[in-house]
Design a binder for this molecule. Structure first.
Ligand SMILES: [Cu+2]
Length: 129
């Protein structure tokens, strides 16, 4: 029993050590290539869906937007008639599958209608599943 407890403690210490890295530093967290693709919305910004990220999502996946900011945000995607408000802590999923509302081969831009001056927008392309 004592040995098991000691092993557990060592494991815990190791986990704490790795969390001492600076949050949001240069570390890249890779998104999975199947299942939901997650964009976290903070105040006036959607992460991981910048136009320069050139996000390509297979049509059988979903795009999940989570509001982790402190303000009310919104997801508007005109072509799909999406206009959804997200309070802090709420999330919204397009799909699965994305092809319920969107077309393969097209690039879409969505935006937060409450923060146009901040250009709070995201872009992604739907690819063949
Ligand atoms: Cu917003």
């Amino acid at each position: 029993m004592a040995a098991i407890a000691a092993t557990f403690l060592l494991g815990t210490v190791g986990a704490c050590g790795s969390s001492e890295e600076e949050p949001g530093g240069s570390r890249t967290i890779l998104q999975p290539t199947t299942g939901p693709y997650v964009s976290v919305a903070v105040n006036d910004h959607f992460h991981d869906v910048h136009p320069e990220d050139d996000v390509q999502l297979a049509g059988d996946r979903s795009l999940v937007i989570k509001n982790q900011g402190s303000n009310l945000h919104n997801v508007t995607l005109v072509e799909a008639h999406i206009d959804v408000d997200l309070k802090t802590g709420e999330e919204y999923s397009i799909g699965p599958p994305l092809t319920d509302l969107l077309e393969v081969g097209k690039t879409y831009i969505f935006f937060c209608k409450y923060h146009p001056e901040a250009q709070m927008l995201g872009q992604f392309t739907v690819t063949a599943p």
